[in-house]
Design a protein around this ligand. Structure first.
Ligand SMILES: Nc1ncnc2c1ncn2[C@@H]1O[C@H](COP(=O)(O)OP(=O)(O)OP(=O)(O)O)[C@@H](O)[C@H]1O
Ligand SMILES: [Mg+2]
Length: 377
């Protein structure tokens, strides 16, 4: 199972310029999370801070008991090996063919034989759909292939955490969906914890288990995808609809005069952009048929059901609606079941403590409680 990442009170500035402050969130192990945010809000700085390439001013980022922010160089070096990072442009060495690019971390960080390396490299190239392209140079292949090669390289050291910076940049919508499917498939196969930074609305709506947004130097929200996708928060709604109409401006937040002037313009009929009103919670991408079920998604279901009573009503409704009738029975929520068992109705209305909300599936004793809440939020 992938590692959990617990970030608390993290703040980063360059000189007088605060990038973000007091960011607190937990990446649950083996789950896929996406961080949204307008350009320049510090998403890339956030990823770099998580692997210790940049030093936050305050706060902690703890992985396997090691605080990346304050640990020794030696510990940082060791802990970094848990991470696989896919940079925006794939960050491949231009003069090396794909085989050597993907083999690089193995030759650099391990004492594996070339035979062993060959086995691993060919396996990762196959997972990412690049079999047969071993001898190509990065300059000879498309952007989508470069991204996949970057992912193959990020996978060779069997990472527990995979960080991805804007996987969709430079890709057409179809290729973006293919790489999204690849993340879900890789997650199903290796159960690593994912954090993907993106602007892409389709990806954000269909890929992650958890969704967050950075805006105005703060983490606006972070939580189960249903929370952001049903949010009425103007910034979140504007971003998910890709509209000009809202608080986010061309390069930064609009002042109130600009906001009012633009509002009048849109009310008078000027098109605010965007194709359609994007609302609600679409189905999540599933692993390609034939692959294992996602353990992360299974664990998430229990986790989210434990915190259900703390979530806003629209998110709660959407989560309950996404459960099968059997699951609704297991968790004691929704429809006829809740109505016939008064003790469980409270689960939907926030009157029960977290440990009482969910029940263990696959057990005869349906009243057995889940282990105590692990503290994800
Ligand atoms: N090493 C650095 N020194 C000084 N300022 C920096 C440094 N790295 C980033 N910044 C500043 O931090 C801010 C956030 O940059 P970052 O690249 O993290 O934004 P982003 O959210 O990733 O944007 P985009 O969506 O366009 O990639 C920017 O104002 C940038 O100029
Ligand atoms: Mg960036």
């Amino acid at each position: 199972m992938g590692a959990e990442v617990v970030i608390e009170g993290l703040s980063k500035s360059f000189g007088q310029h605060t990038i973000w402050r007091d960011v607190t969130l937990t990446l649950p192990p083996g789950e896929v999370s996406v961080m949204l945010g307008p350009s320049g809000t510090g998403k890339s700085v956030f990823l770099k801070s998580m692997i210790g390439l940049l030093k936050p001013d305050t706060g902690t980022c703890v992985v396997n008991g090691v605080d990346i922010v304050r640990c020794s160089e030696r510990k940082l070096y060791d802990t970094r090996k848990l991470f696989g990072v896919l940079f925006q442009d794939g960050a491949l060495f231009g003069s090396m063919n794909l085989y050597d690019n993907v083999a690089f971390p193995l030759r650099e960080h391990t004492k594996k034989s070339e035979t062993e390396i060959r086995r691993i490299v060919l396996e990762k190239l196959e997972i990412t759909g690049l079999s047969g392209a071993e001898s190509k140079l990065p300059g000879e292949i498309s952007g989508g292939m470069r991204k996949r090669a970057g992912l193959a390289r990020a996978l060779v050291l069997d990472p527990e955490i995979i960080l991805v910076d804007e996987p969709d940049s430079g890709l057409d919508p179809v290729r973006t969906t293919y790489i999204s499917q690849l993340f879900i498939d890789v997650n199903a196969q290796i159960d690593a914890t994912f954090l993907i930074v993106t602007h892409n609305i389709n990806l954000a709506r269909t890929v992650p288990d958890n969704l967050g947004m950075l805006y105005r130097k703060e983490l606006v929200m972070f939580g189960p995808r249903e929370v952001l996708l049903t949010s009425e928060e103007p910034v979140v709604k504007q971003f998910l609809n890709g509209r000009m109409d809202g608080p986010i401006g061309m390069s930064e937040e609009k002042d109130s005069a600009t906001l009012a002037a633009e509002r009048a313009m849109f009310e008078a009929g000027h098109h605010a952009g965007g194709v359609e009103e994007v609302t609600g919670v679409p189905p999540q991408l599933q692993p390609t048929p034939g692959l294992p079920v996602r353990e992360g998604a299974r664990r998430r279901k229990d986790r989210v059901m434990r915190m259900l009573h703390t979530l806003p009503e629209p998110a709660r409704e959407s989560i309950i609606a996404s459960l099968s009738p059997e699951e609704q029975r297991h968790y004691g929520v929704g429809g006829a079941h809740a109505a016939t068992e008064p003790g469980l109705v409270g689960a939907q209305h926030g009157t029960l403590p977290a440990t009482d909300v969910a029940y263990l599936p696959d057990t005869d004793d349906t009243t057995r409680r889940l282990p105590p809440h692990q503290g994800h939020s």
